[in-house]
Design a protein around this ligand. Sequence first.
Ligand code: GLC
Length: 668
Amino acid sequence: MVSKIRFGNPVPTGAVVNGTANVNGEANLRYFEKTEQGFRFRMGKKDAVYGLGEANRGINKRGYQYVSYCTDDPNHTEEKLSLYGAHNFIVIDGACTFGVFIDNPGRVTFDIGYEKMDELNIIPEYEDLDFYIIEGDGIKDIVRQFRTLIGQSYIPPRWAFGYQQCRWSYMDADAVWEVVDGYENCGIPLSAVYLDIDYMESYKDFTINEERFPDFGNFVKEMREKNIHLVPIIDAGVKMEEGYDVYEEGVAKGYFVKDKEGRDYVTAVWPGLTHFPDFLNSEARRWFGLKYKALTDKGIDGFWNDMNEPAIFYTERGIDEVKELLKPEAGRKEDISTDKLMELKWKLNELANNDSDYKAMYHNMDGQLVNHDRVHNLYGYNMTKAAAEGLEELRPGERTLLFSRSSYIGMHRYGGIWMGDNQAWWSHILLNLKMLPSLNMCGFLYTGADIGGFGSNTTRELLLRWLALGVFTPLMRNHAALGTRLQECFRFEHTEDFKSVISCRYRLLPYLYSEYLKSVYENEMMFRPLAFDYSGDEIAGNVEDQLMLGNEVMIAPVYTQNAAGRYVYLPEPMTMIVMHENGEEEKVMEKGVHFVEMPLNRVVFFIKEDAKIPVVSTEYGRKVCNDTTEGIADSEMVWLGNKNKKYQMYTDNGHSKNKKDDVSVMEL
Ligand code: GLC
């Protein structure tokens, strides 16, 4: 059961598509009480709080505070309050179990036992919002109802379930060939290579640097012949440059975000001075979306949208404040005092992503002038909506790979997200794992982290362990930042270990793809905390480093250095699978805690006692990924687990935008 309580006059966000009757009045808040600042719930001693999508810290969010305000911050250290997405859905599980969704695209703080250990305070900066309360038969049912409310999640083409390689940047076509050949020479399967900002001419969206990538269309074609898809980046900011069509058209048509006086707002991002397209305006959205044609015409069928919080490096306002501080002080011998220097240091830190700049931006929401700060969290969402709608016109009926850095609930219908600029830290493998179920709760199913770590130098061992988690995440992409150690698998010793791990991804594809479709069409979570499946099992409720995957599997990856294995909790008897590229060992294990050995070149996971899953040989997994086949012949399928049980297999042709009825569901 869903109830909605409206406060003030909220901006339509498009998050909820299967709406409910409007129940006005604070009296309907039930579990919550209205406070001066927002809304308060008094938590029971044992209540756990799940959700918030892309957020820091634990799977159980209790004990800290989180701020929904899409933020470009590449240092995901533990004290950070905001990451790139804003996903205001939580489930409180304990004495009472219910869900809450705050549909408000401005800044919203969730203080979950931070100021007061037994209070959950939800504090919106602007109190124009829809407050949803969702009740049901346990957590999974509540999540299912919420997902029904917000509409069906995005489905990428099947090739996007293959292993993908990225780097900032492969500077030219030769560099891309080096990557493709490097993988091929080691026999490691690869499905996509990414083009980061340097494929463009001076970082101008929808251009290609012809010197670095001559005859781009042919290059794309040659890659496709090798079953490699090229995936270019598109940034939110449009470079201000005379003669650049996107800039000139945007100015002429009034499609850019404005300042208070109605002038096109100027910021600086990668290309230098830029304007931001007004993605909150439907005409501007359509205009930008159709610009992807420049690349789809060349055969491109996948994109990643970046810098769309939107990230701001600096504005004139910030620079003026810095200049002011640099002015010589009257009566001093030195140009600048120590105090001033310290102030300058802080000022420089505050140049990027500054609140004053967001407050100075205005949108034309189809006739309504809206200050950016009130709708900040809708920006990246609407960039990706623009792309998805444009791509639907450009490639009708066909799926395109599309994911974004910034997002809000609702965007899950248009594309996936990646988890942004993480680091080559062991703790970030665990953070990657923890965000998976929370994101699934909010409809984001096509997701994954930069495997190996984006910032700082990875190690062979870290990358292998991260890949052993990545084989399960729908987006499986290795990505690293400019200036870091080269991170493609073939750069390391004993590439056969990488081959073994990545091949498992392809072996698992029939299961992973089927579970993905099932999660989309049945509004299920592909990844769940153990607590969701084994309520009442106190140990399961405390496990923060293992997840249920689909209805059959449990995963428990290694996330520490020099580990021979790890402790795993089995909440029921399960079959352990130790998988490699050509086969696997199976071992039935009892419920309880076990130390499990996990060699670096193996993928270890567990199948529930009463279940089986379909896997194939590496060769066949590659075929599944390459869309050359519509089904899997029985002779090519191997079942792992309890072969006497049935499995419900979902499959489709892997590339059309299907409706639920077009999907084949078989009891095998
Ligand atoms: C941002 C993105 C990162 C990308 C870089 C250069 O930091 O998050 O993935 O490589 O910009 O485009």
